[in-house]
Design a protein around this ligand. Sequence first.
Ligand code: 5AD
Ligand code: SF4
Length: 328
Amino acid sequence: MNAPLVDRFGRVADDLRVSLTDRCNFRCTYCMPAEGLAWLPRSELLTYEEIERLVGVFLDLGVRTVRLTGGEPLLRRGVEPLVSLLAARGVPDLSMTTNGLLLAEKAEALAAAGLRRINVSVDSLLRHRFAEMTRRDALERVLDGLRAAERAGLAPIKLNCVVVRGTNEDEVVDFARFARATGYQVRFIEFMPLDAEEGWSRDRVVPSEEVLAAIDRVHPLVPVDHGPEPARVFRFADGAPGGVGVIASVSEPFCGDCNRIRITADGQFRTCLFALEETDLRRLLRAGADDDQIAAAVRDAVARKWAGHRINEADFVRPARSMSMIGG
Ligand code: 5AD
Ligand code: SF4
């Protein structure tokens, strides 16, 4: 194996997110406009062979976790065979982030292909509000998907809930109750300035501290030691199953411990969600570069990784691409 990917601040990049498509069958208001975005032409997407090859290079560079994302990754045709290919490559921790709309049909095949665990975006447990936030009336189908994932043995099941002021912050205790009833882990994510419609503003961010305090008043929480994940994770003091966590990207940036790197659906390597620079791995692949040349390009890009996003600084610049084009 090559030396691990270390940047000039000593951070080790070992958690890779691979976006399979920029398309989505939801239109979450904090991500995409109702009419969608200009989708990438198919020829610009990495093929499964290209993804498999890149993942091989990253494994060699010490990557341990590979998470498949989108857009909505289950919209990409034949995703199960890709999961098999990656599982056969020996990815130590292979997971997926999905909106869950197609999960009821696909959970079993995904688990059989070697997927271990799954994160599902659920922003409301109320049908009408869910429909408002995602612009799709699909809560029941997503809940069916969660049950199918459970039956298929995907574990742990994690829910991602983006908390937006004035929209769903009154549900955080209900989500905690849902976690206790199901054994799921709920992660509350602060709203970040990555929405295509640029509707983000600081007063719509609900600080994670506020979320935790609201839950702790009803269901006391105990912090759990959890390794280098950017989430802060808690279990319930009374021993109930499930748990909650917070991803305080805006109010308490965790850039100093960031171990994440990303490949967009069109093969651009990014060292930060908010990076303003991308490295074109697709061009290298298609120009016939060998694995060492690709590894060298990745190593260079990681070496240039910045200290962190500057959301809280006056000079913050939004990246040109929004969340669904980068890959959560
Ligand atoms: N801020 C925070 N989280 C977001 N996501 C999408 N857009 C945003 C945003 N602007 C979340 C999705 C998904 C995860 C990959 O990223 O809800 O759960
Ligand atoms: Fe689709 Fe995820 Fe964006 Fe929602 S947040 S529109 S599910 S890509």
